[in-house]
Design a protein around this ligand. Structure first.
Ligand code: MF3
Ligand code: CO
Length: 286
């Protein structure tokens, strides 16, 4: 039995049907999942998200400049908070569903959502994901990078960081306007597996811009489904979490946030916010 698909697209009575509508409706009529109209950003919204992304990138550039062995993750949190607020913006993680800090800092076997702490001191050779999300004038952007503390780690961890970045780039190349979200995870999983790694399944990329997390879910593994149609004007993140061992993860019971690999082997993640154009994906967090 084919799954019943939500008919998300409609043309309001007040306006005539456009070629754009017709193109989307053709997919919907063939049983494909298409975005709701509000997921197609207006030029004004795109400009707002773009500006938010500029600050988000400024934060990550600052962290990249300052990060070093001996520093606590709480110091990274202060850098993020101070820079963001000084630029008239708000760190999106702060108080988001009870998250207590302004940024996620995830070291080695921590997959994501690590909480900055005074007691957590960066050591030479650690690999750390710093995940920054910014709200400017109500518009959200979201990106993360990996840093190798001290510039060198083990060859194994350095390769993981490199391949995780390749997974992000390959996922972005696989995402085409009038293609499908499912293409992204298929391409990422192929590259990860080819390199002997696994892909986290419990967390995904997401629509972003008018809120922190919007539709669609962007899975990074092969779901064997098309998923949502990719339409120009959509904005979403791709943020693959790539593991050295098992793809399985658990959540720290004490803080209820920190996501850790089940086998406690290292994990790496990179993330950008992308705008879909007629030509392909444009990075808004460069
Ligand atoms: N920045 C994360 C993402 O990429 C979300 C973090 S939620 C938080 O979607 F509360 F932990 F900040
Ligand atoms: Co995100």
């Amino acid at each position: 039995m084919p799954k019943k698909i939500k008919r998300n697209w409609f043309v309001p009575k007040e306006r005539a049907m456009t070629d754009f509508d017709k193109r989307i409706l053709a997919y919907q009529n063939r049983g494909k999942l298409v975005p709701k109209p509000q997921l197609i950003k207006t030029p004004e919204q795109i400009e707002g998200i773009r500006r938010s992304g500029v600050i988000n990138t400024g934060v990550l550039d600052l962290v990249e400049e300052k990060i070093c062995a001996g520093m606590s993750t709480a110091e990274i949190d202060r850098l993020v908070y101070d820079y963001t607020v000084a630029h008239g913006a708000i760190p999106a993680p702060l108080n988001y569903e009870g998250f207590p800090k302004s940024v996620c800092t995830s070291i080695n076997e921590v997959v994501c959502h690590g909480i900055p702490s005074e007691d957590e001191i960066l050591e030479e050779g650690d690999i750390i994901n710093v995940d920054v999300s910014t709200i400017l004038n109500g518009y959200f952007s979201d990106a993360s990078r990996m840093f190798i503390v001290g510039g060198h780690s083990t060859p194994e961890k350095e390769r993981l960081v490199k391949v995780a970045k390749e997974c992000l780039d390959i996922g972005a190349q696989a995402a085409k306007p009038w293609g499908f979200i499912g293409d992204i995870g298929k391409a990422i999983a192929r590259h990860a597996h080819r390199n002997g790694y696994t892909v986290v399944r419990d967390l995904c990329g997401h629509g972003v811009g008018n809120a922190f997390h919007e539709d669609p879910d962007v899975d990074h593994y092969d779901t064997h489904h098309d998923g949502m149609l990719i339409v120009p004007g959509m904005v979403f993140t791709i943020e693959p979490m790539i593991n050295m061992g098992t793809w399985e993860v658990f959540i720290d019971e004490e803080d209820e946030w920190t996501v850790v690999t089940e086998d406690e082997l290292p994990s790496a993640q990179w993330e950008h916010t992308f705008l879909v154009t007629e030509e392909g994906l444009e990075i808004l967090t460069h």
